[in-house]
Design a binder for this molecule. Sequence first.
Ligand code: ATP
Length: 263
Amino acid sequence: MNTTFSDGSLPAVRLSGVRRTFVTGRRPVVALDSVTVTFRTGTFTAVMGPSGSGKSTLLQCAAGLDRPDSGSVVLGNQEITGLREKQLTRFRRENIGFVFQAFNLLPALTVADNVGLPLRLAGAKPGRDRIDQVLARVGLADRRGQRPAELSGGQQQRVAIARALITEPTVIFGDEPTGSLDTRSAREILLLLREAVHEAGRTTVIVTHDPVAASMADRTVFLADGRIVDDMKGASADTIAERMTHLGAWSASPRAGEGVGRC
Ligand SMILES: Nc1ncnc2c1ncn2[C@@H]1O[C@H](COP(=O)(O)OP(=O)(O)OP(=O)(O)O)[C@@H](O)[C@H]1O
């Protein structure tokens, strides 16, 4: 059951006591250790932490792409951990938008067909006006007939954002959405995500290694060893980078020091 915050806002996503363990070798790896966190409607949150701290697992569980061993995930008013696979797939299609580091566009389809794909998969015929409207929002109105390979990385990611927006999802999840982009394109993508939050009221949660990207979110949640160890609102890139340094992020990560001051 969802509760309302004192300012009247609703939680878009609530994870309660979420635990996720992977067993591959002899010892189980606890990727998430009783994580409880709420993402409010109309907010932009960045999830940071050292490599292997559980960021992607958190995102996957929150988005219903992975199932926790225990605990609950409520998206809007729907508890998703108990849904059967078919119901979950349908729920994801209708309520969640995804943006991945690798864009995940279909190369044989035009930009317009890529953007309309989530509606087609849901059995609806995407209207041309609707697609054009969303493409205009990401600044690609004149690219509707092109194939992804004819676009830059930043433009491809803008197509992926348009595809995520077309169903007007409750939540947009991004797993390192700026990880493959140059500084300028990364900033443009983050501004678009911010616009989706602050102008259209979407809730957005991204995983990032970049303190500058995180500083463009309203809030940064820090993970270490599968637990939430800090939660900052409106922090600067320097403050976020310092926190990451204290978590041993740069020394433990193969991406040592990467990201600071990227955007
Ligand atoms: N499918 C899997 N099978 C086995 N172990 C996994 C699996 N997925 C994640 N893990 C383990 O769970 C832990 C958390 O992984 P996760 O990918 O969530 O971390 P992360 O913070 O996103 O890391 P990175 O920043 O390097 O992408 C790691 O120890 C990882 O090896």
